[in-house]
Design a protein around this ligand. Structure first.
Ligand SMILES: *Cc1c(COP(=O)(O)O)cnc(C)c1O
Length: 357
């Protein structure tokens, strides 16, 4: 991934910065954006010059296909600053490749690797002041692509817009999480788009998740669409179970998003000699383990929170509460990954990437 940063980028700086008005100690996730954004349009069969502009609204024709047929994909990643003020990304090649996997599935043209990195790094250098050094601080990066071509005929657009927006983030505590194992609704089906980071996967979850919220559960853990008996993922996070000292997670498939955090946890488990299994996990096995006290932990894994402990679950009207576990794997993996990301711990897997000046 050594690029020579040859990409021409058209930069227009904002007249003033809003950074002095931001209370970095009281940020809610994803609501504040930095002074600039990156845009790159696709037309006439190619990606045009990358532009960096002051952050603000964009104008689209009301018939733009993204509004009608949902051709929209995104990524989520984070930048961190070390004690020397260098800026680091965590496994950004994984996000770049995944964006293009999602693109292919949604019939969106791929976004070239060189443009992705040259554009992102130029934007990060301009917004460097927005990356705080305090423990737990990061800059959340949201690259996305939308179909901008006008016309409501139902076929893939010929015009798109790739954008990157940036949002300062603090370490993310989502409160106590109890989950509902889905027994009726589904997030994805075999042959569908579950593995892609596409907007529609989220829209389809909002209603069942709202019903779960109303019933007192913060999230839904999705089960396979055909039997609702095998646990898949949480819809914004992959899910891990700890039975005894063994860590278990479902295999990725075309129904499950291949998370970078999930992958990193499995590599660390292997490295540390923590026993783990990647296999189908039946709801009944987890209910049984909860009943006999061997289910010690459940947690979600994803870029925003890194690791998010789950305190209990419900399936078909039966509620289960997990015990308080000493030497929690959730805490351990969260600390280990965060200290690698922020350059406080050795990065023996070469996961961190230094943003070029
Ligand atoms: C983004 C996402 C995840 C987590 O992936 P990371 O690469 O670890 O951030 C898990 N599931 C879904 C559905 C997602 O969209």
């Amino acid at each position: 991934m050594i690029l020579d940063k040859k990409t021409v980028i058209d930069i227009q700086k904002a007249d003033t910065s809003k950074i002095s008005k931001i209370d970095f100690n009281n940020l809610s996730f994803g609501n504040v954006f930095t002074d600039h954004m990156l845009e790159c349009d696709y037309k006439d069969g190619q990606w045009q010059t990358i532009k960096i502009r002051p952050y603000g609204p964009i104008s689209l024709d009301p018939s733009a296909k993204v509004f009608h047929y949902g051709q929209a994909i995104f990524e989520g990643m984070k930048a961190y600053k070390d004690t020397q003020d260098d800026v680091w990304l965590f496994r950004p090649d994984e996000n770049q490749k995944r964006l293009n996997k999602s693109a292919e599935r949604l019939a969106i043209p791929e976004f070239p690797e060189a443009l992705f990195f040259d554009g992102l790094e130029t934007l990060l250098n301009i917004e460097k002041n927005w990356i705080q050094k305090e423990e737990g601080s990061s800059l959340y990066i949201r690259p996305f692509v939308i179909a901008t071509e006008s016309g409501v005929s139902a076929n893939p657009a010929k015009e798109y817009k790739f954008m990157i927006i940036l949002s300062p983030a603090q370490s993310y505590y989502s409160g106590e999480v109890r989950v509902l194992f889905a027994d009726k609704f589904s997030r994805s089906a075999s042959g569908g788009v579950g593995f892609a980071k596409c907007a529609g996967n989220y829209a389809g979850q909002f209603y069942p998740t709202k019903l779960a919220n109303d019933a007192g559960y913060q999230q839904v853990v999705w089960t396979d669409a055909s039997t609702h008996e095998n646990l898949e993922e949480a819809g914004t996070m992959n899910v891990f179970f700890r039975i005894g000292d063994k860590l278990i997670t479902a295999p990725t498939s075309d129904r499950i998003l291949d998370g970078v955090t999930r992958k990193s946890i499995l590599t660390l488990a292997e490295d540390e000699g923590i026993e783990y299994e990647v296999r189908t996990i039946s709801v009944f096995e987890i209910e049984e383990a909860a009943k006999n006290g061997t289910l010690l932990e459940m947690f979600g894994a994803g870029t925003a929170a890194v690791v998010n402990p789950i305190l209990g679950f419900s399936f078909k009207g039966n509620d289960y509460e997990l015990p308080k576990t000493e030497n929690s794997y959730a805490t351990h993996f969260k600390n280990r990954i965060t200290s690698i990301q922020t350059k406080k711990a050795e990065d023996k897997f070469g996961w961190t990437y230094k943003v070029r000046d």
